[in-house]
Design a protein. Structure first.
Lengths: 470, 111
């Protein structure tokens, strides 16, 4: 083994993680900057031992900062849990899950240990990450040569495919086949991405080999909509086939499978999806539901709340480990009572609330709304979240609330984010998009959920005249 | 929701659509293709592929073609197609005809 020195800025993912994006793009992980266009469509071996990846491993081993990882560095600087820290969770499922549970061994069998990890106080979590790094470092680099070439294969796969039936307002044509169609309708281009099923078959073959080698310990399926992906079903069906064999049963049952779904699908080729998924032992499903009722139909354009509600019941009653994830966008903030009143029907249900970047996207962003409307709404939302019966207690959600409080503080001190031209540009862009909505328009939901915001929204044309005159 | 092939496909059969369908839900008749609504997963990948805009979301489609797609995908002789092939001869001329309902051939000619 080459004599590499341990350093604290290492991430485990360049050694163990295989991310393949909806357009076969490669990234170090889902939060890394997508700056590897030359590796799009590569095989696992081509990707893992590409010059880019070899150099990244060598740079990391020398303690250099990696450009693509700036998001993790930023999160660590502001005190949030980073994917880099999390990466050490995924090296050895059995060892670390037992370790992380800090004496709560029963959770190894039944719980999502990464949630416990996130709940550790900052100081302890940092110490724990350091401890894992030191323990695992030698094992991580034992098959790495002085050029950064590795002979070990990935243990954690994050696979996303393009197939999707929604045109979510927060999404775009790099993640959804419906968005490709929308972009064409909106005149952005005439030809979009085309799937390559030979490539997808090869990805499935690589993953099936990983299962046969008893190497894979984590699978993350997202999209697109993973329940619409033939590649996904091929791999999952192979898992069950292998499980029938005595030598694979224990291994297959240890694999952690994590989904992120839009919950619009309950059947695949006329078979019940919840029934199929109930056969896997360590599987949990996060339903990305940004809102309820009309709010969901707006943010998740193309979804129908009644169908989602029916599917939710079907999945929940089948015994699948179901969780909810939402991005706290402005429409969800305005509609927080209906949102949490709905999910409070399920005491203890785990909801992950993620902060929405204030500068991102039209209409969903808090900067789209004037201070006198959005600040009271956020202040109310924070209080409402804090008294929810659902489990919104994880550290990550606590941080979301912290960020919102900081946002309000800054807004009160300095309202530079509410420049009028910004609002007008945003509204123009939003209205163009709204013309293509399949279900609910923003003005419709604002009318229902927030009178002030609706009246303000309707008044913008006059604001535009005033600005021009100025 | 599902997607539907309408009469823009009659006497054309460009078949670009079949190469992107993840679930092989296109069925081929004598002079058009249809989508099996029980198999379509609404992914919309086929929509931008059709050079003659013969594929519509069922919300935008003529009810006649919604019904015909459902029926013809189970009609005797209509087989699943998953490989692209050249369009029918005379497709350029056929594309100029506006309403092609009456030109649809349902049964294969027995030789």
């Amino acid at each position: 083994m080459y004599n590499f020195k341990y350093n604290e800025s290492l991430c485990a993912f360049p050694w163990i993680h295989n991310y393949s994006g909806p357009q076969y793009d490669r990234q170090l992980c889902c939060t890394a900057k997508p700056d590897m266009p030359e590796l799009t469509g590569t095989t696992e071996e081509e990707y893992m031992n590409s010059p880019t990846m070899k150099q990244i491993r060598l740079d990391m081993l020398e303690g250099k900062k990696i450009d693509a990882c700036s998001n993790c560095y930023y999160r660590e600087e502001v005190g949030l849990v980073s994917m880099r820290e999390n990466s050490w969770n995924f090296i050895n499922a059995r060892h670390h899950y037992a370790d992380v549970s800090v004496g709560k061994d029963s959770l190894f069998e039944n719980g999502d240990v990464s949630a416990i990890y996130n709940d550790l106080p900052d100081g302890i979590r940092t110490a724990r990450v350091k401890e894992w790094q030191e323990q695992e470092f030698d094992r991580l680099v034992e098959n790495t040569d002085e050029h950064g070439h590795i002979t070990n294969k990935p243990t954690y796969y994050d696979i996303r495919t393009i197939h999707c039936n929604l045109q979510c307002v927060s999404c775009g044509d790099t993640f959804s086949s419906e968005h490709i169609n929308l972009s064409k309708k909106m005149g952005h281009y005439t030809e979009g991405f085309k799937p390559n099923y030979k490539y997808e078959d090869n990805v499935a073959d690589e993953m099936i080999q990983g299962l046969k080698d008893k190497r894979i310990n984590n699978l993350y399926w997202a999209g697109g909509e993973p329940f619409m992906s033939p590649l996904h079903w091929r791999v999952m069906e192979e898992m069950l086939e292998l499980r029938k064999r005595d030598e694979y049963k224990e291994y297959i049952d240890l694999i952690k499978v994590h989904y992120n779904t839009n919950l619009t699908k309950s059947k695949w080729k006329n078979k019940s999806i919840p029934e199929m998924l109930s056969k896997y032992k360590r599987l949990y499903i996060e339903a990305s539901l940004d809102g309820v009722y009309e709010t969901l139909e707006y943010t998740r354009d193309g979804a129908k709340w009644k169908e989602i509600e029916k599917n939710w019941q079907e999945y929940y009653n089948s015994g699948c480990d179901m969780r909810i994830t939402t991005v706290l966008t402005a429409p969800v903030i305005f509609d927080i009572d209906r949102y949490l009143n709905y999910w409070d029907q399920y005491p203890g249900l785990q909801i992950s609330i993620h902060q929405y970047h204030p500068y991102s996207g039209p209409s969903l962003s808090t900067i789209f709304y004037p201070d006198d409307i959005i600040i009271p709404a956020i202040e109310y939302a924070i209080k409402r979240i804090e008294r929810s019966k659902t489990t919104i207690a994880s550290d990550a959600n606590g941080k979301t609330i912290k960020v919102l409080k900081e946002y309000i503080k800054q807004k009160k001190e300095n309202s530079k984010w509410d420049k009028m031209e910004n609002l007008i540009i945003t509204k123009d862009s939003h209205e163009k998009r709204d013309d293509f909505h399949k279900t609910t328009r923003l003005s419709n939901i604002l009318k229902i959920i927030n009178k002030e915001a609706y009246e303000w929204y309707e008044s913008i044309p006059s604001l535009r005249i005033d600005t021009n005159e100025i | 929701m599902t997607f539907v092939v309408d009469d823009n496909c009659v006497n054309c059969k460009h078949t670009d659509c079949v190469s992107v369908c993840p679930v092989d839900c296109f069925y081929e008749g004598p002079n058009m293709l249809v989508i099996n609504p029980d198999e379509c997963i609404d992914c919309a990948l086929c929509l931008p592929e059709c050079p003659v805009d013969a594929i519509k979301a069922d919300d935008d489609a003529d009810p006649y073609w919604i019904e015909m797609n459902a029926k013809l995908s189970y009609h005797e002789g209509w087989e699943m197609i998953d490989e692209q092939k050249p369009p029918m001869e005379g497709h350029e001329e056929a594309n100029k005809i506006e309403d092609k309902k009456h030109l649809l051939e349902i049964d294969f000619v027995q030789l």
